[in-house]
Design a protein around this ligand. Sequence first.
Ligand SMILES: *[C@@H]1O[C@H](CO)[C@@H](O)[C@H](O)[C@H]1NC(C)=O
Ligand SMILES: *[C@@H]1O[C@H](CO)[C@@H](O)[C@H](O)[C@H]1NC(C)=O
Ligand SMILES: [Zn+2]
Length: 326
Amino acid sequence: MGPRELALTFLTLPLVVRAAAGGQWCYDSQDPKCGPSHWKELKATCGGNKQSPVNIDRRWLQRDRRLGDILFEGYDQAPPGKWRLANDGHTVVLSLASESVSEHITISGGGLPGRYRALQLHFHWGSPARNGSEHTLDGHQLPMELHIVHINVKYQTLAEAKGHPNGLAVLGFFFQVSETPNTNYNTIVVGLRNVSHAGDSVDLASTFRLSTLLPDGSRLSGYYRYQGSLTTPDCSEAVIWTVFEEPVEIGRDQLQVFFSSLHFPAAGSTLLKMTNNFRPPQPLRSRKVFASRAATASSTALAPACCQLLSPLLLLALTGLFSPAP
Ligand SMILES: *[C@@H]1O[C@H](CO)[C@@H](O)[C@H](O)[C@H]1NC(C)=O
Ligand SMILES: *[C@@H]1O[C@H](CO)[C@@H](O)[C@H](O)[C@H]1NC(C)=O
Ligand SMILES: [Zn+2]
């Protein structure tokens, strides 16, 4: 299976799940009857113990000094081929996979167990009335979230990768709204108008350097890492998540185009705007969220792995020792 078929498999995955399960999944904004709380009825994995997204509680991060800089390769060259933008009925997806091995866009390092090739990127957003990121930061949603999905190069197919906890690596970026447009997003934002309806796709006028969609390279050292899942059915627990601290800026008017141009699949004659296409945070259970070497320490709880549990006890003991007896 070549990368193109791989990408196609990925894009059509929701349809496959739908057919296999005999029902369809959606977001509450489309129809609460098939929203995230029902996904586990379609696919048991969605009720698993390592689901994504999660709330990133900065009081309980665990510093891991092995989490250094991620090596981005091919992120700084515009590939000669075409990139296809599609409305898959749940989000807007830009497929990045290319036939030519030399055009591969990959990530490695940063504690990742190997090299991962970029397959596609997509977004999760809210509505004019609310923020719509999937991961939350100290309990708060941000306006939008970008996901760049990569497959471990040691696996040939997405199906194979989904069978392994290290099969996929997804990079997550939060957005922050600015009053001026981020012109690096113009190609995508203009393309949104061509994929208004579910199933629509368009070849973008030009490719561009993927790095231009991200925060400045010098700001990518700070990130959060945990083991999780795809945030849509089948919710495979095969994702090494990297969520970056530094948000990407997007113009208020540009964000508005996501809310206003795109639609969910039509139910009868009613055309519903694609809004609030995020899954809410899932329980962390026994997992930990790690902070990279250069992540900003936001609280005193950010202790080395050894001392994370010890420190509150230690603190209590010390307080007892040094405070005057009552
Ligand atoms: C939405 O996100 C912005 C950051 O761009 C933040 O300042 C604001 O508090 C968020 N709103 C809510 C309701 O969380
Ligand atoms: C995209 O839509 C614009 C009008 O909104 C149109 O002029 C253009 O031809 C479309 N592009 C493609 C490739 O369909
Ligand atoms: Zn996503």
